[in-house]
Design a protein around this ligand. Sequence first.
Ligand SMILES: NC(=O)c1ccc[n+]([C@@H]2O[C@H](COP(=O)([O-])OP(=O)(O)OC[C@H]3O[C@@H](n4cnc5c(N)ncnc54)[C@H](OP(=O)(O)O)[C@@H]3O)[C@@H](O)[C@H]2O)c1
Length: 295
Amino acid sequence: MLGIWNLNKRSYFHMKDLTIGIIGGTGRMGQRLVSFFEDAGYQTLIASRRTSLRPLDLSQKSDVVVLSVPINVVEEIIAEIGPHIREDSLLMDVSSLKTRVMELMLKHTKSSVIGTHPLFGPNTRSIKNHTVVLCPGRGDKWFAWLTNLLKEKGVKVKITTPEEHDRMMSIVQGLTHLSTIALAYTMKTLNVNIDESLEYATPIYRLKLNIMGRLFAQNLSLYRDIEILNPYVREVATTFLHSVNKIAKMVEEGDMDKFAECLETIGDFVGDFRPIGLKETNRLFEEMLDNKDTF
Ligand SMILES: NC(=O)c1ccc[n+]([C@@H]2O[C@H](COP(=O)([O-])OP(=O)(O)OC[C@H]3O[C@@H](n4cnc5c(N)ncnc54)[C@H](OP(=O)(O)O)[C@@H]3O)[C@@H](O)[C@H]2O)c1
C-alpha cells in the first residue's frame, strides 16, 4: 500500500515505485506494455496461464493491473480477479472492444477503472504520435496519472465512452478489415497467382496486397473477435454486402452512365478528403519505389 494520494501533485506524476502487473504479459501486446512501463521507470510483473505467478496473486501485488488477454477470455479473468483488486489500485484493459469489458470491470471491482484501446499493434517501433483511446470508468486520480504518462511519451489521447468507441471501431476496424478479408477471399476464389500478379503490380495494387499480407501475418483470432464480437459490425457488414451487390450489378449490366453517376456521387461524399488521400498515397508510392526491395 503506497499511500500515493498523499503525495503532492508533482511527485505523484513522477512516482516510479508503483508496481504494474500485466495479465497476458507474455503475449504480443503484453510484451509491448512491459517495455512501455519499464521504459517509463516502473516495475512490472507478468502473469498468464504459463507463468508461475497466477493472475490472482499478481492482482493483489500490483498498484496497476493491466488486462492484455484475448477478448474471449477477458470476462472470466475479470470475474476471478476483480473482487481481489485493492480499492486504491487501478484496473485497466487494452481490449479492442470496450462496452462489455468496461461493464464487467466496474461490476467486479471497487478499484479505479479505465478502459483503454491502443490504436496500434505490438510491432510499432515508437508509439509517439500514435493514439490511445481512453474510456474513464471510475477514479479521477489514476485517470490523470495515465493521461499524463501517455502525453509525456508523445501519445495522442482520445477520450470517449465505451459505446462510442465500439460504434467507431465498427468502421475503423470492422469495415476496413472486412473489405481486406473480402478482397483476399475473392482472390482465393479466383485462384489468382499472387507472385505472377505482382509482375504487373501498380503501386495501388502493391499497397493493397501489403495490407492483405499484413492482416494475414498477424493474430487472426483478434480479427475474428473484432468482426464477430462487436455488435455494431453486423449492420456495417450488411451495408457492405448491399453496396458490393449494387456495384457488381452495375458492372454486370455494363451501364456506363449509371456507373459514372455512382462514382460522382461517392466522390462528392469523399469530398475534401480526396486531395489529402492523393497527397498521402503519392508520398507512400514514392517511398515504396525508392525502396529497391519493394518491386
Ligand atoms: N495485437 C494487436 O494488434 C492489438 C492492438 C490493440 C489491442 N489489442 C488487444 O490486446 C489484447 C491482447 O492481444 P494480443 O494480440 O497481445 O494477444 P496474444 O498475443 O494472443 O496474447 C494473449 C495473452 O493472454 C494470455 N492468456 C490467454 N488466455 C489466458 C487465460 N485464460 N488466463 C491468463 N492469461 C491468458 C496469453 O498467455 P498464455 O498463452 O501463456 O496464457 C498471452 O500472454 C486483446 O485484448 C486485444 O484486443 C491487440
